[in-house]
Design a protein around this ligand. Structure first.
Ligand code: DX5
Ligand code: ZN
Length: 233
């Protein structure tokens, strides 16, 4: 086990649950509160049954925010779209392992463009789909709900998946971060951290009640109070 004392758990508020008529204000609010990243969910209506954000939104958000833009592509053809998000100001591009693209090629292309790269896995997919790519990625995004919508309940079975990935990353001394996305709130965050997550995405629990300051701080506090000694993978 590595020294957990140095571990810093990042919060990535997901703008999927923001007020889109006041998106700039919501982004600036979480930035001011000290959010580490901004999670941006891109859905194409094919890979998931929902449509959300295109590059134009990211481009305008970029003009008002210095946050690290964590772009989660839930699209069938990430190879056709990632560049537009790079040009719009993305810092990290995460695509899904269930897509029919050449994953190694795409990872290399994104890295060559100077961006961080991540791969995501939906709860129903086999973990083996992603493991072979861990040495090449900056981040693995473990979905803890079926992708497509905010405000769903955390799937507790995903905790063992987080632990399994954490075990491999530490055993092989890889630098890949583990991001967990879906149903993260003050009640589920601690377990995700104890299982080995480094980055927690939170949409509804930060933006949902429109008490952004109170709710962000509540989540931050729970995470900060989760002792690294409790780390139990
Ligand atoms: C769901 C998205 C998530 C979503 C999380 O497909 O990938 O990023 O915004 O929302 P909450 O935190 O509300 O579950
Ligand atoms: Zn997401």
């Amino acid at each position: 086990m590595q020294n957990k004392k140095t571990k810093n758990i990042l919060i990535a508020p997901s703008i999927l649950s923001a007020d889109f008529s006041a998106l700039k204000d919501d982004i600036m609010a979480v930035e001011k509160l000290g959010a580490d990243w901004l999670h941006i969910d891109v859905m194409d209506g094919h890979f998931v049954p929902n449509l959300t954000i295109g590059p134009v939104v990211v481009k305008w958000a970029r003009k008002h925010s210095g946050l690290f833009f964590d772009v989660h592509l839930m699209v069938e053809r990430p190879d056709n779209y990632w560049k537009a998000f790079k040009d719009a100001g993305a810092d990290l591009i995460t695509f899904h392992c269930e897509t029919a693209v050449n994953k190694k090629t795409l990872i290399n292309e994104i890295k060559k463009a100077g961006l961080k790269v991540g791969m995501s896995i939906r709860p129903k997919a086999k973990l083996s789909k992603i493991i072979q790519f861990l040495p090449y990625m900056d981040l693995v995004l473990i979905m803890s709900v079926e992708p497509g919508f905010g405000g769903q309940e955390f799937i507790p079975k995903m905790l063992s998946r987080i632990k399994e990935v954490r075990h491999i990353i530490d055993k092989d001394n890889l630098s890949c971060l583990i991001e967990v996305d879906g149903g993260i709130n003050p009640a589920t965050a601690a377990e995700a951290v104890r299982s080995g997550a480094n980055v927690l995405v939170a949409g509804n629990s930060i933006f949902g009640r429109r008490k952004i300051k109170t709710d962000y701080k509540k989540l931050r506090k729970v995470i900060d109070n989760t002792s690294f000694n409790e780390y139990n993978y």
